[in-house]
Design a protein around this ligand. Structure first.
Ligand code: HSE
Length: 434
């Protein structure tokens, strides 16, 4: 049979990984698709010695790939959102299907891209955009399609997880571990995307759309990074029986959707607490299936290339059936998306961990607990460290579930007490119970 012809734009880590998998497993892939996959054209500003591109047409201008009349599928692996958006829209307008690993592009411009693809009758697939080699989008859109998804909680940035793991296990400093993650090629070109939660927010935007059938709404994700976390809080969390993870959380509350990325205390007993290093894991709770956990490598040439090639294979198969009969890549057809609102952060309800430094004098603790009780905030656990006379006393406490806006009011009143020194640290808690 005629081969499916693929054009690849971008020959960095993921591009070369994709070429290597397509070549190494060509026979196996052809048997799965029913047709061979041919790399017909590569667009890249420079060569990459880590893959063999013998016999492939090479262009330095990626737009030439999007316009190539020979190509069935454009694979966008250049990253960024400006040229990548233009490239993908050009490919779509030329009637090509698109595979991309670009989470920022889908999260920020996906609604426009899917509308253009729908109008043109082509598909856009993006499994590699979330959690690298973990097939979480196909799991949500297909394997769990029978369920009403209640919530998703995921470790979806490997760099951030690597940093938190090394800080906890080896007492290393934040900047030292970040430098290593950059050297190992895990971190984004701009590592603030990793440590300030933007990369995770892109991925959460995509997960939530597929889980709940809502439009992509990146601008509504509450995003807080890990750069302010201290080893003192990491240790205190362990003493309470919790572990701090940087989670992306999407929850259908019935009144609206919570979309949030922030450091989170989770019980040490849940599997997600044992996901260490650069590994990713996504927990999904469906009304029929209950809690499920998907785990694997979230970055790198092999894992991300694996997801890109899976999309190429799926498209290769789909090219033999009618477009209208295919499963939409967003899991829901675009004309039936839900208008359920994304909740403002002050409406989110969860327990909190707090750490504050106070002057060691009579009545301070009573003032703090009085303010908490005036806002109906109940304390779950508390400890106070013994320090030398005249030193500020660290107090750590955990609350029961409270609405964020009530917590914010109580924190403002506590911070205004004369005896409270420094800024108060507060970290949200998720019990991850089904
Ligand atoms: N910088 C990302 C991470 C790469 O560390 O998870 C994969 O998206």
């Amino acid at each position: 049979m005629n081969p499916v012809k693929v054009g690849i734009a971008g020959l960095g880590t993921v591009g070369s990984g994709t070429v290597n998998i397509l070549r190494r497993n060509a026979d196996e892939i052809a048997r799965r698709v029913g047709r061979p996959i041919e790399i017909a054209h590569i667009g890249a500003r420079r060569d990459n010695d880590s893959c063999d591109v013998t016999g492939v047409r090479i262009s330095r201008d990626v737009m030439e790939v999007a316009r190539d009349p020979d190509i069935d599928i454009l694979v966008e692996l250049i990253g960024g959102t400006t040229t990548a958006r233009e490239l993908v829209l050009t490919a779509i307008s030329n009637g090509k299907h698109v595979v991309t690993a670009n989470k920022a592009l889908i999260a920020e411009h996906g609604n426009e891209i899917f509308a253009a693809a729908h109008a043109k009758g082509v598909d856009v697939a993006f499994e590699a955009a979330v959690a690298g080699g973990v097939p979480i989008l196909k799991a949500l859109g297909e394997g769990l399609a029978a369920n009403r998804i209640k919530w998703i909680a995921g470790i979806i940035n490997g760099t951030g997880n690597f940093i938190l793991t090394e800080m906890r296990d080896k007492g290393r400093s934040f900047s030292d571990v970040l430098a290593e993650a950059q050297a190992l090629g895990y971190a984004e070109a701009d590592p603030t995307f990793d440590v300030e939660g933007i990369d995770a927010a892109h991925k959460l935007t995509i997960l939530a759309s597929i889980a709940f059938g809502i439009p992509l709404q990146f601008s509504k994700v509450y995003t807080e990074g890990i750069s302010g976390l201290t080893s003192e809080d990491i240790t205190a969390a362990e003493q309470f029986g919790y572990r701090i993870k940087h989670l992306g959380i999407a929850k259908d509350t019935g009144n609206g959707i919570e979309l949030r990325v922030h450091p989170t205390l989770i019980p040490q007993s849940v599997l997600l607490a044992s996901v260490n290093g650069v590994m990713n894991a996504v927990m999904v709770d469906g009304d029929a299936v209950g809690p499920t956990l998907f785990y694997g490598a979230g970055a790198g040439a092999g894992p991300t290339g694996s997801a890109v090639v899976a999309d190429i294979i799926e498209m290769g198969r789909a090219l033999t059936i009618e477009h209208d009969q295919r499963v939409p890549y967003l899991g829901f057809h675009s004309d039936v998306l839900s208008e359920e609102p994304v909740l403002p952060m002050d409406q989110v309800v969860c327990p909190f961990y707090m750490r504050l430094h106070v002057q060691d004098r009579t009545g301070v603790l009573a003032d703090i607990t009085r303010i908490l009780s005036q806002h109906s905030i109940s304390i779950e656990a508390m400890f106070q460290k013994d320090v030398d006379d005249d030193q500020p006393v660290p107090i750590m406490l955990m609350t029961h579930a409270v609405r964020e806006q009530d917590m914010n009011k109580a924190l403002a009143e506590i911070a205004a007490l004369d005896a409270v020194l420094d800024d108060i640290v507060r970290i949200r808690v998720e019990l991850l119970k089904a």
